[in-house]
Write a protein that binds this ligand. Sequence first.
Ligand code: MN
Length: 309
Amino acid sequence: MIDYSIIGDIHIDERFLVELDLTFNEILGLGRSKKAVFLGDIFHKNRPTPLEVQFTLKWFKRFKEHYDEVIVILGNHDLYGGLQTTKIFQYLGITVIDKALWKPITSYGSLFFGHFFVAESIDNYSGATMSFKELEKQHKYVFLGHQHRFQEFSRTVYHLGSIRYVGFGEYHKPLPLGLKKIAQIDTKGELKFIALKSPYPLVQFNSAKELSNHYGQRSAIITDKVRIVYEDFDTYKNDINTLATLPYIFYEDIKVKLDFKNYNIVKNYNTTLNPSQLSTAEVVSKWLESIEDDEVKEILEKESKFLCD
Ligand SMILES: [Mn+2]
């Protein structure tokens, strides 16, 4: 018998309702449990759209029917003007915690659920200083949301990771750091992780050629979340026209990232620049000055404005 099902950041976003429907159905198929805990960031936006609210209420009503108790802790995305957007779930009989942590006691020890980074979080961009070891010594198991990549700090302390790919910061090779999963604890206190099959994969290439080699003759709609990262200017320039004529149907726009700050601009165009002393906008503008092809320059200027903003 499963005691706890633990589900990381879900980030409900109206662009991904089909993916979320598939993923939630898969999670329900993984069995019932006495409790289901959501680790915060229910809504992607601080101000969810009417469609997102409707979708979320529909699903949390289902979760409430499936699990004996549903608990939702506070995530940083679930606040708007000091109000907790997920408070509306209390009318569905869901336990809404108004803090980013919850610490229940069980027969096999105390559990800790939180929505924050610790000092050792791989994506700790907010400079958290508390070590996971502080939590480890006090609790049987610790599950943290907030970070979208899975991370095992020890056999009992984890960032569970989001249930779907929210951004390319989660791109990670090799797996399983990049895999999406949920956790279950049985009534004896045994923990297991279950990898999800439904989330749309993140895929990354370094050229249009790599992309077409990967998808071959594919004519069906591609739901993968795709990004092409250009590491040098020439490849990007040669690819610009090809990109518009790729014979594929993507569910979502493919993303293009220009990542030649270190490889190209500083090294090849102005050796007196020290990249660590310049803002991205400054580096890009220096580099734009050095481009001779006017048409390309104009395109890049537009894009760089967007990228640097
Ligand atoms: Mn999140």
